[in-house]
Every structure is written in C-alpha cells, then in structure tokens.
Design a protein around this ligand. Sequence first.
Ligand code: CO
Length: 460
Amino acid sequence: MKVAITETVLRDANQSLIATRMPFSDFEGILEVLDNAGYHSLECWGGATFDSCLRYLSENPWERLRKIKSKVKKTKLQMLLRGQNILGYKHYPDDVVRKFVAHAAQNGMDIFRIFDALNDFRNIETAVDETLKQGKHAQGCICYTISPIHNIEKYVEMGKQLESLGVHSICIKDMAGIMGPQEAYDLVKALKQNVKLPIVLHTHSTTGLGPLTYLKAVEAGCDVIDTAISSFGGGTSQPPTETLNYALRQMGYDTGLNDKLLKQINDYFKPIKEKYIKSGLMDSFVMGTETDALVYQVPGGMLSNLIAQLKAQNAIDRLDEVLAEIPDVRKDLGYPPLVTPMSQMVGVQAVANVLAGERYKNISKEVKAYIRGEYGKAPGEISPELIKKVLGDEQPITTRFADTLEPAFEKTKKELGSMARDDEDVLSYIAFPQIAEKFFKEREERESRTVTYSIVRKQV
Ligand code: CO
C-alpha cells in the first residue's frame, strides 16, 4: 500500500510559522537533498510567498521559482493558487489569471492546487482550464468547514463538480486544523466511493488533531498527505514528516521516503529555526497546541488576530462576547468557510458588532461587496434583513464577478513600458502594484551598484 507525501517546509510551514519570511538563501543549500528524499511533491510557491518575496525579501518571486526548478529536477513542484484571486485578495480578470498560470507553468510549476474561499467553483474554472491547457496537474480544493449546512453529501457534491471540471486530483483543505479523525475517515471514504480521482488531505497541527486525522484519512484510502519536516512541523504548521513516515510504515504503508535524507533535511533546518526564534520571528504561540479552536470552531490564526485587534482597541475584556458573536455573523453571511479573506471579514464584523453595542451599525466595504455577490455565491443563505440593509432595493449579482472585469494584461504592459522587463514583471505589478514598483526600483539600484563595482574592479 502506498501513501505519497508532500513536503510543505518551503511554503505552508514557512507561512504558518514565520509569516513567510524565509529568504531563498536560507533553503538553497538543501534543495538537492529535498529533491532526492522521495517526496510526491514540494510545495514551494504561491500562497503568501509571492507577496512576501516582493514586500519583505526584495526577491523576484519568478526568479525564485526558476532557481528552485534548476535544483529540483525529479520531484514535482507545487503551488497554492487562490483561483480568481490568484495570489491577492480581489478578483482579477480572466486574461490575467490565464497569463499567470501560463507563466508559472513555463517557469517550472507542475502541480497547481487551486481553491476558492466560498467553494464557488466558477471562481476556479479559468485557472483549472489554463492549467490543463499548459499540460500541468490541476488539483481542485474543497475548503473544509463545520456548519449546520455543511455535511458529507454537500462535500461529495463538490467533489463531483470538481471532477467534472477535469481536475486531476482533489484536495480537502482543512486550513484551520479542526477536522477530527472520524470526520476525515467518513469524508475520504465517501469521496473515494463517489469520485475516481486521487484524494489529498491538507491539515494543520494547530489543534493537535492533525496526525490522528491523517492516520484515519489514510485508512479510508487517502492518497496524499501534506507534512512539514519536524523542525518546521507541528503547531500552526503541518504535522511532522518523520513522525507520519514512521507511523505509516509501522501500519504497513510505503511512503517512498528516505529516512537518512529526512534526517539530513531536518538537521539542515534546525539552526535556521533557532535563528528565527532568536530574532523573534518565530513566536512560541505558533508552536503550541491551540485547543480553543475546537471550542469556538475558529481557526488559530483568526483567534490570534482577534486578540491583537481587541488589545489594540483596549477591549480585550470583550473577547468572550466577540467569540459568541462570530457564529451569529457567520450564520448571517451564509456560513462562509473561515479562510482568507472570509476569516478576516467575519472577525472584523464580529468585533464591530460587539464594540458598537449594535449589530451591523458599521459594515466594512468588504462585507458589503460580499453581500453584493462580488466574491461569489455564499454557501448558505445570507440574512434577508442584512441584504436589505446593505443593498436597499438593489439586487445582488448572481453572475460570475470576473465576467464584469475588463481584460487588464496588455493595457498594464503598455502603461508600465520599460519599468517591466518581462511579462512576469507585468504580472507581479498587477498582483501588487505599489510593492512591485518599489521592488523594481530596489532592483535597479542594486544592479547599478554591482555594475559600478565591477567596472571599478576591472580598472584595478
Ligand atoms: Co494550509
């Protein structure tokens, strides 16, 4: 029996533990070993890495991808793509989504894991279609959440929809780490019975359930699981690779992983982790087990955001009220999964409702746009009173929001002129205009410095 393992140290572990601040130079030296260890794939790009490269690390994310590809020749590279949001927080027009996927494919990406926060698959169909056109692996996601309207039948229905889009595999994405072992067993079993595609499970160790959940999922026939090498595993990251490898082998599964190389990888990352702890980048909070998430059904990351938000407003004593308000806001909004950007929107609204002493006295522009239908179709029914309050007599849109957007790639390319050196630069700019522009300037300065330096050296 085989189970394949995806290593997340370069993307999700990096994002969950140290806010995606690992520069390429910190992992460059271990890429060949990662390539030889026997992983199914290396998750190494997408999610917040793109933003972080440009914003904090002054790295060209496209160049990072090419450099990884030049050292990882056998193992498939994998990325996380937010469907029509690409790697940002708003919807982009289809031409931009297609260009982005095409360039990622041409620069070395193999597996595209594509999700929509609302599981509205109209928001992933363009990205899936382009991935297929590029001859790459399209993985469709089901964002997992717990609510009165989410159940196995509904998730199986989503699995069938994804299958009909032509994806190669299906990932159950439990971004909060709230899926229990029995839920995983039942869900994987049901999906295996109803769709013919490989099933991948993605969870986090946040609540401590992660490793247990993986074992039961594998027993139910799950084909691939995501883990992080132990120095970057556990806590809000993925369950540790070596631990799962050990347990699964004992249960008679073949993961194809090489123990000696896993040890080498872990030894490589240990001092890097120490460095992040010393600099304060890695907080003890993210390394612990957060069981409150089980009580409130609120992801760990969202809980720490709420605490920070309330402290900033000198209202930390209202935390219990806010936590009690969250399920009500979620219900009013039609039970969206608490993943970016919905987790932020629900959290901010719950705080506003409690602190104003009146529900929906203040409504953020994001929540208004959501109610207008600009993020897609809500999983359940949005409260009719809330719709009336926000829209008056206006009707929410029911078409796909991206259909209302004008193509943007060629127009932006023209506007940028020589500031963009290639199409990848244009895409970086469309995704994050201000920070990309700042990055282009820094790059220019850096290079002119090196050029002057080399001229001087030659003269000597
Ligand atoms: Co994750």
